[in-house]
Design a protein around this ligand. Structure first.
Ligand SMILES: [Mg+2]
Length: 412
């Protein structure tokens, strides 16, 4: 049987900022994307700030109304990368089989180390202790026989704790958790599960598989396996994890595109999909590429650098339309169009504001996009659409995001 750990740094950004500013330690602190208090938003907060109901993503001024003594610290991405590496150095004393999941989480397969270093629980306790004393931040660690349960374990008790989930106790510990606590169960899946009377992971594990398949197709088997601890996916060494290098969508239109207005409809749908995927993964792109294939199946691709990293639908759309206008004059009709974005930065990085950009306007657009994302996640991609897409529903009636769902490689 495998021994897998999932380690999660507690309140990572806020904890690291406290190391650099020890006077923050006992105060409610929020890490913000922008020093400018009028426009910045909250990126992370510590436990004390959580008690004031301060939420990630809310404007600083609003958080300060809830908690006037809130200390705001500016985000320092270089510091988080540094501490992420320091954690990984400690993990690597126990195994070289480490799969990072974001900056603050990692899976460790310590199966081969248990003879030398002790049981999974002993290794986890030692790592927890060392990170606390050597680095000054805390982690919670889940220990289990598969990745999914190890991850649930790191969430089970925090901060600064170890939870062991075994074949003997998982029904008591895991099955009473909410179905949406399971990795990759998003809001849409949760809603459909609830409609079937499935609320806990236990409900899901014992739900008739055939009936589950009727509702979720191939996805049903994964839900069933995960909830029953039948996850055999390996912990991938960090150099094997294929970092997402680009996100793209393309489509062959239902009829040939004859003019700029036709192309614009397709670009609107594609940019919406690509940008939603970026926002979900927490990226902003600095590079945009379009591909155009005409009716003679001749393809051209053109790319450009963005003035600033962005994941705003409207920004990407504008860039695509500009590239398109500069590079295509409709000597032939078009069969298919594509957009791909690359050169990513994490979206938590503070805005690189250029002198000509209106920061307030960017914030407003970001909030608009995030609101639309929530509606679309709940009601489907076509629930909110620009009026323009209503004129030619046939042309715009595809949903690249839902039709090309991308899952993390390790599971599929
Ligand atoms: Mg964390």
């Amino acid at each position: 049987m495998r021994t897998i750990l999932h380690s999660d740094c507690n309140g990572f950004f806020a904890s690291v900022e406290c190391l650099y500013n020890p006077e923050f330690r006992d105060k409610p602190i929020a890490v913000c994307g922008d020093a400018d208090k009028r426009h910045g938003i909250i990126l992370a907060k510590n436990e004390i700030a959580k008690k004031f109901n301060i939420k990630t993503g809310e404007p600083i001024w609003q958080a300060q109304q809830k908690c006037p003594e809130l200390v705001t610290a500016q985000a320092h991405y270089d510091r988080y990368v540094r501490f992420s590496k320091l954690c990984r150095e400690i993990y690597s004393d126990y195994t070289d089989n480490i799969e990072p999941f974001g900056l603050d989480e990692a899976w460790l397969d310590v199966t081969g180390s248990t003879l030398l270093c002790g049981s999974g629980k002993e290794i986890a306790e030692e790592i927890r202790h060392r990170i606390k004393h050597e680095l000054g931040i805390t982690v919670s660690i889940g220990v289990s026989f598969n990745k999914i349960f190890a991850k649930l374990g790191s969430d089970y008790k925090k901060p600064d704790a170890v939870t062991v989930i075994t074949k003997e106790n998982y029904k008591d510990l895991v099955w009473k958790l909410k179905a949406e606590d399971l990795l990759y169960v998003g809001r849409a899946t949760q809603k459909r599960l609830n409609q079937l009377g499935v609320f806990t992971i236990g409900d899901l594990a014992t739900f008739p598989l055939e009936l589950l398949r009727k509702n979720f197709g191939k996805w049903a088997d994964i839900l069933h396996s995960f909830s029953n601890g039948l996850d055999f996916s390996p912990v991938m060494k960090s150099d094997e994890v294929s970092a997402v290098k680009s996100i793209g969508n393309s489509t062959t239109a239902v009829r040939d595109l004859q003019n700029f207005e036709d192309a614009k409809i397709i670009f609107m749908v594609l940019s919406d999909s690509v940008c939603r995927r970026m926002r979900e993964q927490g990226f902003k792109a600095k590079n945009v590429c379009i591909s155009i294939r005409n009716t003679e199946l001749f393809t051209i691709t053109r790319q450009t650098k963005c003035e600033r990293a962005t994941n705003l639908t409207n920004d990407i759309l504008k860039i695509c339309l500009r590239l398109f206008k500069e590079n295509y004059d409709f000597d032939k009709n078009i069969r298919s169009l594509g957009i791909s974005v690359s050169d990513f930065v994490p979206d938590s990085i503070s805005h690189q504001t250029s002198l000509f950009e209106d920061e307030t306007n960017i914030m407003r657009l970001e909030q608009l996009d995030s609101t639309l994302d929530k509606i679309k996640n709940r009601f489907g991609s076509k629930s909110v659409r620009p009026a323009k897409l209503m004129f030619d529903r046939n042309l715009s009636g595809f949903s690249p995001k839902e039709e090309h769902t991308v899952h993390p490689v390790s599971y599929f």
